[in-house]
Design a protein around this ligand. Structure first.
Ligand SMILES: [Zn+2]
Length: 322
């Protein structure tokens, strides 16, 4: 049981966290038929293409700034209920534009949800703006420029997500220069779909403080040592990795081997209901399946606070709540 442990989450995509019950209520509100994508309280997909299609369909029921406030507030309340004190949500201003809401209204809705959740439970949350590799370097630079100009104190990080097989990290380095100059913490999705080289690529071109996933670093002993020496933090999402078949089963998942090799690891849920998981389940897996002791799990949570994209006063306040 891990219900008594405080929790921190560094890697969760906001739309990917949409609780099925809320999605159903939203679909009814807008009279949108999502019965092919949501059955018996669970999202339905069977391969990567249908996962993306399902993800898009589910996102369609969140349209207004108030919808995003409600989504954010609902997910953060769910986290707070299981003892979570800090959450970083990955958001895409481009998504706001694509659905016709506009980037500003989308971000404002999410921030309103953060304020409401904090007022109820005290949970702290920050936003990581992400660019999507498959929309190309110009689009990722646009996302970085948007985040830099926003001057929003809740936006504290910049990420690169999307199709890992598109281009090299160096193609996106300009976007990370903009984000670094704006004072954002940097993290990059790598070592999930692609092998260890993609993690090395991220370190070579940008050297972010954190890597999203990074688990396939396990394929390269030199890279494991490099990550340990640099102190790079991996945002590990075991349930996601198994759902997307990055590893065949939990027994072959390398989170314990990476930690034992001195790599700093944290536990997150990625797109929880899509992968039939939750942060609560990820902590349970850490305990029951990977056999981490409560002390080891607390150490990963501490690592999460050390690596959180927050000001020092907030970081100390989070440590005090552990
Ligand atoms: Zn992710």
């Amino acid at each position: 049981m891990t219900s008594h442990l405080k929790k921190v989450e560094l890697h969760c995509h906001l739309e990917g966290a949409a609780p099925p019950e809320l999605t159903l209520a939203q679909a009814r509100k807008y009279n949108i038929d999502i019965s092919a994508y949501l059955k018996d309280g669970a999202y339905v997909w069977h391969d990567f293409a249908s996962f993306l299609e399902c993800y898009d369909k589910i996102s369609e029921v969140y349209k207004t700034a108030e919808d995003y406030a409600l989504l954010t507030e609902t997910y953060l309340a769910e986290l707070a209920d299981i003892g979570t004190i800090y959450s970083e949500l990955i958001v895409s201003p481009d998504h706001g534009k694509r659905i016709g809401l506009g980037a500003d209204a989308y971000i404002e809705g999410v921030c309103e949800g953060i304020r409401r959740a904090k007022a109820v439970s005290g949970i702290e949350a920050r936003l990581i703006v992400t660019g999507e590799r498959h929309f190309g370097p110009e689009s990722v630079i646009g996302a970085a420029e948007y985040a830099a100009k926003a001057g929003n104190p809740l936006i504290t990080g910049f990420n690169l997500a999307g199709e890992e097989r598109m281009g090299r990290v160096a193609d996106y380095a300009r976007a990370f220069d903009i984000a670094r100059d704006a004072g954002f913490g940097l993290t990059i999705h790598a070592g999930e779909v692609c092998g260890a080289f993609s993690v090395a690529d991220a370190l070579d071109a940008v050297r972010p403080a954190r890597i999203g996933h990074g688990v396939r670093a396990i394929e390269d002993a030199d890279l494991i040592k490099r990550l340990a020496d640099l102190g790079t933090v991996l945002e590990v999402c075991p349930g996601s990795n198994i759902a997307l078949k990055v590893f065949p089963d939990f027994q072959s998942h390398p989170v314990r081997a990476l930690k034992q090799a001195g790599v700093r690891v944290t536990i997150s849920s990625d797109d929880p209901p899509f992968f039939h998981t939750s942060l609560e389940r990820e902590y349970e897996l850490a305990s029951d399946v990977f056999g981490f002791s409560d002390a080891e799990i607390d150490e990963m949570t501490r690592t999460g606070i050390e690596a959180a994209f927050v000001d020092e006063a907030t970081r100390q306040a989070l440590f005090a709540r552990l």
